[in-house]
Design a protein around this ligand. Structure first.
Ligand code: AHR
Ligand code: AHR
Length: 551
């Protein structure tokens, strides 16, 4: 291979390694907050007219949507809530319109290459997101989600969360390509939150405050969670600080068990009411709140005057279970809700949690059981499903080699124990390479140690070692059984950042992908504080061809 090593300093002769960087904790906070308001083609007057014309025929609700590719359903979730006089006052989704008449923007993405932004709209009025807009706009660069628009007409749009009492900011923005899925058979994207990421709106309109009643639902990935505080969606403080018991009322999803928890090992749907995640009225265990981990999970919290409820179920089938319904925990009556909206963080910007959000709303008033059942039926009719990569080569047990696509390096493959020690780098493998080299350049695809919807790469050299990142550099190491190792060794195959082949997103730093840089393996963002985050060649260096296994 023709390596220009002239820029490497501090390395011994023949050593291609760049100087080891030891401190490189998350960068990527460079995405600036976008404040542009949406071009709301759907007017408030239109919404009122819509609300006046919807009917409450439940049979009609249950029949809505599923069969129509354009999804011109007569009633989407917010139509159902409006007809029952508990209207949506915030409605967020990157996957679909939540009103049958909504044709405004769903979300905004910003690309790293030139800082430009664009809005993603539904394919048709009331329809699914036109993900092709994102895919073409973001070709050969990285895009983050800068804004998730409120479809309710209240302008309660979610943007980059600012610093709060628990963590600095602004938070990292979500990778727009991190959570591909299908809805109604259409490829769409969810909002994949890694620790450090979060969205917020501190200046809202018509969201419940004080002890007023509200309902909230979210459709989440029930396999993507952690035990950090706090993957929330819902009502929070307007000042980004912990203002004490009752200042929040948000859906929480995950395995944080310092406050409340339910039965099993989690994850649990709980209510974040501030200074406490509650699975019922007791402070710790409420065994009626089950572990809920459907790939697509519907999570609901309803909150009224000394009455609240947790509802949960499979967003792809069946009805909702009422996991709790009853009085407030001690010290939380009356509530002191402030009416800000958070996504992916706690009320004080606690930002060490993970999760994936597809859609969610907040209502004014406490929704009835009949209404929630109709909303669940509508969610089920979407048919959320896993997105499968074209000719997906990442099936469990398969042996593959991973070939660089950057013009410099197309004879090179990701190789373990190379260039030295336990490092992972690019080696020029040929048919005359030694058996050892060939084995070190062959990877067994395994279900991701931290999430089986992603993968881990086990070496075929017999060591049983996996590729993991540490300080954002790749190493070949034995699984030590820790949660940290599982996270660091889990990568999510995605469409190639250069428009063909594949890229591998870090599961716990979802704005970074496996990259080669000076022939060393890293996880890298498109621009950032580490040398290997250089924007130049980023999309090529992070794109890999899947080759026939060398060994
Ligand atoms: O209630 C749990 C968390 O406690 C809140 O989200 C946060 O504001 C506080 O740290
Ligand atoms: O590679 C980044 C982080 O570095 C890993 O998550 C962690 O194991 C180490 O601190």
């Amino acid at each position: 291979m023709a390596a220009d090593l002239g820029t490497v300093t501090g390395a011994s002769p023949g050593d291609r390694r760049p100087p080891r960087v030891t401190t490189s904790f998350p960068n990527g906070r460079s995405d600036s907050t976008m404040t542009a308001r949406p071009r709301l083609r759907h007017t408030r007057r239109g919404l009122l007219a819509l609300a006046a014309t919807v009917t409450l025929a439940l049979g009609g609700l249950l029949a809505s949507g599923a069969s129509s590719p354009s999804r011109a359903a007569t009633q989407e979730p917010c139509d159902i809530y409006a007809a029952a006089s508990t209207p949506c006052v915030a409605a967020h989704s990157t996957t679909r319109a939540l009103y049958a008449a909504y044709d405004g923007p769903l979300y905004q993405v910003k690309r790293a290459s030139d800082g430009a932004t664009t809005n993603v709209y539904p394919l048709s009025t009331g329809g699914y997101a036109n993900s092709a807009t994102q895919d073409s706009f973001c070709a050969n660069t990285y895009c983050s989600i800068t804004e998730i628009y409120d479809q309710s007409g209240n302008g309660n749009n979610l943007t980059d969360a600012p610093a709060g009492g628990a963590a600095g900011g602004p938070d990292i923005l979500a990778n727009a390509a991190a959570a591909p899925t299908t809805a109604g058979g259409h490829k769409v994207y969810g909002v994949f939150i890694s620790p450090g990421m979060g969205y917020r709106d501190d200046s809202t309109k018509n969201i419940a405050t004080g002890n007023a009643s509200e309902g909230e639902y979210a459709v989440l990935d029930g396999t993507h969670y952690d035990n950090g505080c706090c993957f929330d969606y819902g009502n929070a403080e307007t000042n980004n600080d912990d203002d004490g018991a009752g200042a929040m009322e948000a859906i929480y999803f995950g395995t944080e068990n310092a406050w409340g928890y339910g039965s099993g090992n989690g994850p649990w749907i709980m209510a974040d009411m501030e200074n406490g995640l509650f699975s019922g009225s007791a402070v710790h265990l409420n065994s009626g709140d089950p572990t809920t981990s459907y790939r697509f999970t519907t999570a609901m919290i309803e909150g009224g005057a000394n009455q609240w409820a947790i509802l949960g179920g499979n967003a792809d089938s069946g009805s909702l279970a009422t996991d709790y319904s009853g009085v407030r925990p001690s010290g939380y009556n009356p509530m002191k809700k402030q009416g800000a909206i958070i996504l992916g963080i706690g009320g004080d910007n606690s930002d060490s949690s993970a999760g994936t959000f597809y859609e969610g709303v907040m209502t004014s008033g406490y929704p009835s059981a009949t209404t929630e059942a109709a909303v669940q039926a509508n969610i089920v009719s979407v048919g959320y499903a896993n997105y499968t990569l074209p000719s997906n080569p990442f099936t469990s047990g398969k042996e593959i080699s991973l070939q660089a696509t950057t013009p410099c390096c197309t004879s090179d493959y990701i190789t373990g124990n190379y260039p030295s020690g336990d490092e992972v780098g690019l080696d020029a493998v040929t048919s005359s390479s030694s058996t050892t080299v060939k084995k070190d350049a062959t990877w067994i695809v395994e279900p991701g140690l931290a999430n089986s919807n992603c993968v881990s790469f086990k070496s075929a050299n017999g060591s049983g070692d996996y590729i993991r990142h540490y300080n954002f550099e790749l190493y070949l190491e034995p699984n030590d059984g820790t949660g940290q190792f599982a996270l660091d060794a889990t990568f999510c195959p995605r469409a190639g950042n250069s428009g063909s082949n594949y890229s591998f997103m870090s599961y716990n730093y979802s704005y970074k992908y496996i990259r080669h840089y000076n022939y060393i393996g890293y996880v890298a963002s498109d621009g950032g504080s580490n040398t290997w985050d250089a924007s130049s060649l980023w999309y090529e260096d992070t794109t890999w061809a899947v080759a026939t296994a060398w060994s």
